[in-house]
Design a protein around this ligand. Structure first.
Ligand code: PNS
Length: 169
């Protein structure tokens, strides 16, 4: 076993899935569901102070995630500020989950994972792939499409679609 890990096993592990989630997409939902099959608890951590002009407030984003996963006790949603690794330490979590869609995601994700490892060697980043069906889905695409009157029903949960429609009404 490696000496570098703070915990030498991933049983009873809390994983943090950080991001902007403005808004949560079917790709995120797929990753969250897959994560709960591996980790005991998955905290979806909505970053505050990320974008200057978000569509949804952090509170709205958290509410949507909570509503979607209201039946799943293993999924929590909350906000965090400051450094991600400080937040993990506060929550006694050792795993960061990030999704990879395409090679274009890789460079930034690799840099972030290595920076986080430098800051906190005991925390591991786990990369996951969502269903191939969702390769092209992103929050940015959802917002662009919705703002132009496009149909986003395949890209977001019905609860989110309703909220987006209200925003652009
Ligand atoms: O999915 P996103 O929107 O690109 O999320 C990026 C996020 C929020 C995970 C990342 O920017 C982050 O961790 N921000 C918190 C500040 C931090 O810890 N930065 C150092 C990482 S190298």
């Amino acid at each position: 076993m490696s000496h570098h890990l703070i915990n030498d096993s991933y049983h009873n592990t809390i994983a943090v899935f950080p991001g902007s989630f403005d808004p949560v997409t079917v790709g995120h939902i797929d990753l969250i569901e897959r994560s709960t099959a591996v980790f005991d608890e998955v905290i979806v951590a909505v970053a505050c102070n990320q974008e200057k002009t978000p569509l949804f407030t952090v509170k709205e984003r958290i509410e949507m995630i909570k509503d979607i996963f209201s039946e799943n006790q293993r999924v929590k949603a909350e906000t965090f500020g400051g450094l991600l690794i400080d937040y993990l330490v506060k929550r006694d979590a050792h795993v960061i989950i990030r999704g990879l869609r395409a090679v274009s995601d890789f460079e930034y994700e690799f840099q972030m994972a290595l920076m986080n490892r430098k800051l906190a060697p005991g925390i591991e980043t786990f990369f996951m792939t969502s269903s191939a069906l969702y390769t092209y889905v992103s929050s940015r695409i959802v917002k662009e499409l919705a703002s132009l009157g496009g149909d986003v029903s395949d890209l977001v949960h019905p609860l989110v679609e309703e909220k987006i429609k209200a925003k652009y009404a």
